[in-house]
Design a binder for this molecule. Structure first.
Ligand SMILES: NC(=O)c1ccc[n+]([C@@H]2O[C@H](COP(=O)([O-])OP(=O)(O)OC[C@H]3O[C@@H](n4cnc5c(N)ncnc54)[C@H](OP(=O)(O)O)[C@@H]3O)[C@@H](O)[C@H]2O)c1
Length: 259
């Protein structure tokens, strides 16, 4: 990608027009994120050839190659907020900032239903963008700006999490992991796009990228419209899970009755 093309995309993110200097492939991949004007929810997972996102002991740092990592940082730069589950914070202690691309850092959001976020987590101490903890309303608040939601049978409702973030002006959201967190957003049908970056390594065991309730037959499996991109070190699958709202609205139009 050229520097001009990327700068245009950052302008587009901030309300500017189409990214004229970006190639067609770049626009197809990043345009929907940069150009989203309402709510837009993207999940990204970096996995091995055998579909693992970490080792059994939780080591996930080098699953993606350089191309996959640069892509992840570009996605962070294009969204308002990046969301991870508490499992990822406890395992990786991530900063979730933009370091491998030019662009602004997103607000950091941690889904921590039971209020166990470590007070010395790197993201709380690095002087970076705001950190918002999302927790159940039956556990004590420990951090300023915490979002409290009712605890349901499956924890916190993913839709309510997105509503609460949108109420704070955080409409473009990247769900970065881990697997359990992404699965809840897929199950709730809240993802517009799913990016799966596959790196050429075989881990053999460990958590898988996305784990959903089983289906009996392959005909029941989700088969999203998908574009494939060569990211150098990794192959990226850009899956469309929901059509843009304008198209969705069109689909709701009923055909007139035949006379
Ligand atoms: N390769 C990659 O792209 C990538 C990216 C990120 C993370 N990872 C790896 O993934 C592993 C962590 O993944 P994980 O699946 O174990 O954990 P996770 O998804 O990071 O966190 C799961 C926890 O977050 C909380 N949570 C998430 N959504 C919730 C909801 N809707 N309601 C209530 N609670 C919710 C729950 O906490 P409670 O249990 O407290 O209820 C849940 O157990 C680590 O090894 C990390 O290194 C890999």
């Amino acid at each position: 990608m050229t520097q001009g093309g990327w700068r245009d995309l950052l302008d587009m993110r901030d309300g500017g027009g189409p990214a004229h200097r970006a190639s067609a492939a770049t626009m197809a991949l990043y345009g929907p994120i940069a150009g989203a004007r309402g709510r837009f929810c993207l999940a990204q997972v970096g996995q091995s050839l055998d579909g693992r996102i970490a080792t059994v002991s939780g080591d996930a740092r080098d699953v993606s190659g350089q191309g996959g990592l640069v892509h992840l940082h570009r996605c962070r730069a294009l969204v308002d907020a990046v969301v991870v589950g508490i499992g990822t914070v406890l395992s990786d202690d991530p900063r979730l900032s933009v370091r491998l691309a030019e662009g602004p850092d997103p607000v950091r959001v941690v889904i921590d239903c039971n209020g166990v976020m470590p007070a010395d987590a790197q993201m709380l101490e690095d002087g970076g963008t705001e950190v918002i903890v999302v927790q159940a309303d039956d556990v004590p608040v420990r951090f300023a700006g915490t979002i409290r939601l009712p605890r349901g049978p499956k924890g916190l409702c993913p839709g309510a999490i997105l509503d609460a973030l949108a109420a704070r002006g955080l409409c473009r959201v990247l769900i970065e992991g881990g697997a359990r967190t992404i699965a809840r957003f897929v199950e709730a049908d809240l993802l517009d796009r799913l990016h799966v970056a596959v790196a050429p390594l075989i881990i053999g065991a460990g958590p898988s990228g996305i784990s959903l309730p089983p289906v009996e037959r392959l005909s029941q499996a989700r088969r999203p419209v998908t574009e494939v991109y060569d990211m150098g070190s990794d192959v990226l699958f850009d899956c469309v899970l929901r059509l843009p709202s304008a198209v969705r609205q069109c689909q709701k139009i009923e055909m007139p009755h035949a006379t």
